[in-house]
Ligand binder design. Structure first.
Ligand code: GLY
Length: 366
C-alpha cells in the first residue's frame, strides 16, 4: 500500500493506493460505518461494473450499505440530482458523524462531496474513485460542485474528503475512451509540476495503455503526489499555485459547453484539447517554444486524445467560445489570468489576456 498524505493544517487526510484494495474495503471502512451500515452514492455505470464487488467486500466484513444511483455522465451533476440525492440522504437518516461514500468517477465525487458539505451543515465523506480521471485528480483536493445553466462547476464548495481509496485494478473496468480521457489529467502533472514525469509519460504510454500494472500504479502515485503537494500549498486557490491544476481547463470547459456537456466530448478529452490549445496560444504570445507545444500535442495524440477544435467536434467560432469563458470563475475585470507552468521547461508564466485576443487565436485555429 502506498499512502500519500495531504498535509492540510485543518483537515489532513490520507490517500491509499493499492492494486486489489477494493477487496479489503470492508475492513478499511468499518471504523467509518455507524451501526455497520454505510450510505453510498454511485452511478449507473458503476452500479453494473463495481458495486457488486464493493458490496461483497462490505458483506465479508459484516457491513451493509444502501446506495443512491445517479445517471452516468455530466447529467448527474445537476440541481435536480442534488435535490434528489439530499432528499435520499435525509430519508436514510444521515447523521453529521456519518461518512458518505462516493463510489464512482468525477461526477459522483463532485456531487457527493457537495451534498456532504451542505447536508445537516456538513458531513464527512470518503472518495473511492473508479475512473482514472477521478483517481488522479478530482477525488483529491476537496473541490466539490454541480453545474448550473451558466456553466460547469459554478455552484460548489471546498470540502475535503476524510480519506481517498484508490484501487488501480478498477481501471480494468473502464472503456478505452474513458481511460484515455483520464490520461490527459496524468499528462497535466508532467506539464505543471514534474518535468521528469512528462518524460515518464512519453516513455511509458504504450505500457500504460497495454495494462502494465506497475506503470499504471506509478502513473497514479506520481500524479497524486503532485496533486497532494499542490493542494497542501494552496487549498482554496488563493495564491496561484492551485490554479496550475486548471491548465487547459478554461478552454476545455468552453469546448464542453459547446458540445452540450455530453458524451460527445468527455471532460478529460476537453482538457486534452484545452491543454494543446493553451500551449499553442502560449507560442502565439511568445512564451513557449513551438517545439514544446508540438511535444505536448504529439503525446496527447498518441493517447488518442483530441488536440484541435475539429478533433473535439467543436464548430463554434472564437467569439462564441469566449462567451462561455466569460462565466469562468477566474474572470476578473474582463481578462483571464493565463497560467502555464511548464514542468517540461521548468518555467512559470502568468499573463492576463484579453478575451478578444483569445477569440482571434481560436479563429486562427480553425
Ligand atoms: N481539478 C483542479 C483542482 O482540483 O484544483
Amino acid at each position: 500500500m502506498t499512502v500519500i498524505s495531504v498535509d492540510l493544517s485543518n483537515c489532513p487526510y490520507d490517500i491509499h493506493v493499492r492494486a486489489g484494495l477494493l477487496a479489503d474495503v470492508g475492513a478499511i471502512l468499518t471504523p467509518y460505518a455507524r451501526d455497520r451500515h454505510l450510505l453510498v452514492v454511485t452511478d449507473e455505470n458503476v452500479t453494473q461494473a463495481v458495486l457488486p464487488q464493493f458490496e461483497s467486500a462490505l458483506r465479508g466484513a459484516g457491513l451493509s450499505c444502501a446506495h443512491f444511483t445517479l445517471p452516468a455522465g455530466e447529467a448527474g451533476k445537476s440541481w435536480v440530482q442534488l435535490e434528489q440525492l439530499t432528499d435520499w440522504l435525509l430519508e436514510q437518516h444521515v447523521e453529521r458523524s456519518d461518512h458518505i461514500v462516493a463510489l464512482g468517477g468525477g461526477v459522483v465525487g463532485d456531487i457527493t462531496g457537495f451534498a456532504a458539505h451542505i447536508i445537516k451543515r456538513g458531513c464527512a465523506f470518503v472518495q473511492i474513485p473508479t475512473t482514472l480521471l477521478a483517481q488522479v485528480d478530482s477525488s483529491v483536493g476537496g473541490k466539490t460542485a454541480i453545474n448550473s445553466a451558466a456553466g460547469k462547476n459554478l455552484v460548489g464548495a471546498f470540502h475535503q474528503p476524510a480519506m481517498v481509496l484508490i484501487d488501480p485494478e478498477l481501471l480494468l473496468t473502464l472503456p478505452p475512451r474513458q481511460l484515455a480521457a483520464g490520461f490527459a489529467e496524468v499528462v497535466k502533472y508532467g506539464l505543471i509540476d514534474d518535468a521528469a514525469f512528462f518524460d515518464f509519460c512519453e516513455d511509458n504510454l504504450d505500457s500504460f495503455f497495454a495494462g502494465d500494472p506497475d506503470v499504471r500504479a506509478q502513473a497514479i502515485i506520481r500524479s497524486v503526489q503532485s496533486k497532494a503537494r499542490i493542494v497542501a500549498a494552496d487549498e482554496t486557490e488563493r495564491t496561484g499555485t492551485r490554479a496550475l491544476l486548471n491548465l487547459g481547463h478554461t478552454f476545455g470547459h468552453a469546448l464542453e459547453a459547446d458540445t452540450g456537456f455530453s458524451d460527445r466530448l468527455f471532460h478529460g478529452e476537453a482538457v486534452a484539447a484545452g491543454m494543446a490549445l493553451a500551449f499553442r496560444y502560449s507560442v502565439r504570445l511568445g512564451h513557449c517554444p513551438a517545439e514544446d507545444a508540438e511535444r505536448v500535442t504529439k503525446l496527447l495524440k498518441r493517447a488518442g486524445l483530441p488536440t484541435t477544435l475539429s478533433d473535439a467536434g467543436v464548430t463554434a467560432n472564437g467569439a462564441a467560445l469566449v462567451d462561455y469563458m466569460r462565466h469562468d470563475k477566474k474572470m476578473s475585470g474582463g481578462t483571464l489570468p493565463f497560467l502555464l507552468a511548464r514542468g517540461i521547461g521548468q518555467t512559470f508564466l502568468s499573463k492576463d489576456v484579453a478575451l478578444d485576443d483569445v477569440a482571434a487565436f481560436l479563429d486562427s485555429e480553425v
